[in-house]
Structure formats: structure tokens, C-alpha cells
Design a protein around this ligand. Structure first.
Ligand code: IMP
Length: 433
């Protein structure tokens, strides 16, 4: 027992990295278990700003083991870039980083498929992926016959496998293009060149590749403290999110076991992370979206632009129907409420407590994205506060209206709020009494 997990309960970008960073020192191992380089967060360490995508933020503490488990899909060029950028700035990376030999490898054909398929229109609008090849790599994992795992990079049949898969992809890729002109522009997969490049990546990454699941199971037996770091947010979960406008992994709490091999019963603290409002990047329904000056004010105050793709994030009021659903689904034991300071200076702040659909009011989150698109949010409005709260360190010192807002969010989600964040630095985190 004794494992902790940090899970985003909205559509990602809930500032999970900050909470993971705060908790890292109390743990022996930090584990990334799903997603890939579609995730991105900024960590400030020793006054320097670092952008991380695949490598867990535990990497800044050398005595903490950073682990990328089997559920992650990894672009070797991307992780090597991260390793190089960290080491060049003085962060030691050696035995403190492990990559699972069961993790799947992203190849150039996955990125080309992502580009071609994003516009295909599975629904009313494009998914708007991060174009990192995430979905196509997971699809090949499930399909099995054209997938390559990290451990395979060191086997003698790698060249043969790459040649076989590249030939298949060269036949299938042009078929994904919308017309003949686009088909003619599809990148040709050069198996020889890809093999040469990936063999080189493999040699550089060899020291880090290990049987991570075996390691984690031993760690559990030895009573080591493990911290699971979720990527994206539960509303982007492939099974339980706003399908098809989701990512291709289980980004809610349900993904931890499958993505790492550690049974869920070892996790006794599960922290759900929510922003004090809601954001979304990419396509898909968003009931509380504010496509107006209030949404723009949230975007400006919260600097709501994508870490990976730089896209402006869509902004809206806190959606308690969605957060209550994902908190229950993920089995969270407590909530961290982030970016409360962004809501200072608003005269009024709203919370969506129910949805209206087909003349009925419900607090259930619909399974179908088109139904979700049709719901009308039932909003309750709270008076705001004008004070700057970024320097407040005691919960009691928050403005009354801010405390009432926090208490109401906890009530509507149905979980205790243990931490409130009022700024990016570690010190700007308030324990809720
Ligand atoms: P993919 O994960 O690149 O396939 O993108 C699928 C959807 O998930 C798109 O709407 C992306 O914008 C969204 N997405 C993927 N990763 C993140 C993330 O880390 N934060 C927020 N949204 C994400």
C-alpha cells in the first residue's frame, strides 16, 4: 500500500505538474503510465524553467526514480531531445530514468497517419490532435501486427520488421488522403533510413530500457512509495471521455493498472486535479464554454495557450457535472483546486451544476458527444472577489467569497478539497483546513 496518484479531472492542462512536483519528495518512484509527447508541462526548478513532455518531473530529484511505464507511447527522437535539453542544463540523467521495454514506439508513419486522419471527420468537427502520432501508435498496439515495442528495438529482426511495416504503410498511407493531389504528397516511408535512425536512437536509449513492470512489482513488495503521474485529463479518456474527441489512452484513474502493471488496490491516495474553471484544447463539445469577452479574460489571466501546440485554449465556467463524474470514475479521495487566482476581479463567477437536455434536467454526464453538444448548462452564479490572492498562504485569509466558491465546488463534486493553488510557484499552494 502507500501509492499516490495525480489525475486531471477535466480536459487536461489542470496544472498536475505542480502537484506532482510538490509530492515527489515524499516518494521513491514517479511513474508516467499513459499518453506520450502530447502531454506537456512546465516545471520551475532552481529558478530555471523546464518543459517536460515524456520524462516525469521526478527527474529533478536524483534520489527519486523516474519511470516511463508500458502504457506510454514514445517517440525516441522526442525523449532524446528532452534528455539532451535537461542534461545540457545540468540535470543528471543516468540510472534515475527507466523506460519500459513494453512501451510502444512511435514511428514516422504514425505522425503521417495522424496528419492525414485528423481531418477525416469522425464527427461534426476535427479531433484536433497534437499531431504527435499518439492515436496511430496506440491503434497499431491494439492491432498488434504492425507494432514495435521498445524491447524490440534491440532484437536482431528489427530491420526485417521495419521493412515489412514500412511496405504496408506505403500502400495504406495514400489511401488516407482526401484526394489524388494530397495522396501524391504523402511522405514515402524509407525503411532503410528509418531503420538506420531508429537503431541509432536505440543505442542511445539502451541504458534506460528495462522491465519496468517487474521493477514496480518488486518496489511494491519492498514497501517503496510510488507516485503515479497522469497525463491529459479524465474527460479525454478513450473509454469514458467525450468520444471521439478524446485522446487514445485511459487518461482517467482507470488507466493506472493497465499502464503500469501495479494493481489499483495499492493506491490509497488519489488526488483529482481541477482548475477553478474549465479549459479545452482541440475539438469536441464543451457545455460551459464562454466564446465571449469573459472567456477571453480567463484566457488572458490564466495564460491559457497550449504547452505543446501553443493553440489558444477554449475557456469556460467550472463544470461540476463533468468533474463529479470524473472524480467518481477515477476514485479520487481528494481534490486540488488550481488557478483560483485567475478568477480574481470577476464580478460574478458561475458553476454549472446540472445539464438540461430535451426538457429534462440531469446531473449525469452523457456518453454521446452529440448529446453533450446539445445540453444547456444550468448555472448558479456566485459573487466574485476583487483582491489579489496570489500572496495568501493561509486558507483563513482568503476573501470570504473565494472560500464560499471553494466550499461550493467541493460540495458539488462530492469530494474534499485539500489544496488550493493561487499561483505557479510551490509557495503559492494553500492547505485547506
Ligand atoms: P492526441 O492525444 O494528440 O491524439 O489528441 C487528441 C485530443 O486530446 C485533442 O483534442 C488534443 O488537443 C487533446 N490533448 C492531448 N494531449 C493533451 C494534453 O496534454 N492537454 C490537453 N489536451 C490534450
Amino acid at each position: 500500500m502507500g501509492a499516490t496518484a495525480v489525475i486531471g479531472l477535466q480536459w487536461g492542462d489542470e496544472a498536475k505538474g505542480k502537484i506532482v512536483d510538490l509530492l515527489t519528495k515524499e516518494h521513491d518512484i514517479v511513474v508516467r503510465y499513459q499518453g506520450g509527447a502530447n502531454a506537456g508541462h512546465t516545471v520551475v526548478f532552481d529558478g530555471q524553467k523546464f518543459k517536460l513532455s515524456l520524462i516525469p518531473s521526478g527527474i529533478f530529484r536524483h534520489n527519486v526514480q523516474s519511470v516511463i511505464a508500458n502504457g506510454v507511447v514514445i517517440d525516441p527522437a522526442s525523449i532524446l531531445g528532452e534528455i539532451e535539453s535537461l542534461t545540457s542544463r545540468g540535470v543528471a540523467i543516468d540510472t534515475n530514468l527507466m523506460i519500459s521495454d513494453r512501451a510502444h514506439v512511435i514511428f514516422p508513419w504514425h505522425k503521417e497517419e495522424d496528419r492525414l486522419m485528423n481531418d477525416m471527420g469522425v464527427g461534426k468537427e476535427a479531433i484536433g490532435t497534437t499531431m504527435r502520432g499518439i492515436g496511430p501508435c496506440y491503434r497499431d498496439k491494439i492491432g498488434r501486427s504492425s507494432a514495435i515495442r521498445f524491447g524490440d528495438l534491440f532484437r536482431s529482426d528489427l530491420k526485417e520488421k521495419i521493412e515489412k511495416i514500412a511496405a504496408i504503410k506505403n500502400r495504406s498511407l495514400p489511401g488516407l488522403a482526401p484526394n489524388a493531389e494530397a495522396a501524391a504528397q504523402v511522405k514515402v516511408m524509407d525503411a532503410g533510413e528509418i531503420y538506420r535512425q531508429y537503431a541509432e536512437y536505440a543505442e542511445k536509449l539502451r541504458p534506460f530500457v528495462a522491465d519496468v513492470t517487474g521493477y514496480l512489482l518488486d518496489a511494491v513488495d519492498a514497501g517503496k512509495k510510488i507516485l503515479f503521474e497522469g497525463a491529459q485529463g479524465a474527460l479525454l479518456d478513450i473509454d469514458y471521455g467525450t468520444f471521439p474527441y478524446v485522446t487514445s489512452s485511459n487518461s482517467s484513474g482507470v488507466g493506472i493498472s493497465a499502464g503500469s502493471g501495479v494493481p489499483a488496490r495499492y493506491i490509497d491516495r488519489l488526488i483529482g486535479i481541477v482548475k477553478a474553471y474549465t479549459t479545452r484544447v482541440g475539438g469536441g463539445p464543451f457545455p460551459t464554454e464562454l466564446d465571449n469577452e469573459i472567456g477571453q479574460k480567463i484566457r488572458d489571466r490564466g495564460n491559457e495557450y497550449g504547452t505543446v501546440t501553443k493553440r489558444p485554449r477554449r475557456c469556460g465556467w467550472f463544470d461540476a457535472v463533468a468533474a463529479r463524474y470524473t472524480a467518481r470514475l477515477s476514485g479520487v479521495t481528494e481534490i486540488s483546486l488550481m488557478l483560483l487566482d485567475v478568477l480574481s476581479t470577476f464580478d460574478e463567477i458561475s458553476i454549472c451544476t446540472a445539464y438540461e437536455i430535451d426538457g429534462k434536467t440531469t446531473t449525469h454526464f452523457p456518453a454521446n458527444a452529440e448529446d453533450l453538444r446539445r445540453v444547456k448548462p444550468v448555472l448558479e452564479t456566485h459573487p466574485g472577489w476583487s483582491e489579489d490572492i496570489t500572496r495568501i498562504s493561509r486558507y483563513a485569509d482568503l476573501p470570504e467569497n473565494a472560500k464560499k466558491y471553494v466550499a461550493r465546488i467541493s460540495e458539488v463534486i462530492g469530494k474534499p478539497i485539500s489544496m488550493v493553488s493561487v499561483g505557479p510557484s510551490r509557495e503559492q499552494t494553500i492547505a485547506v483546513e
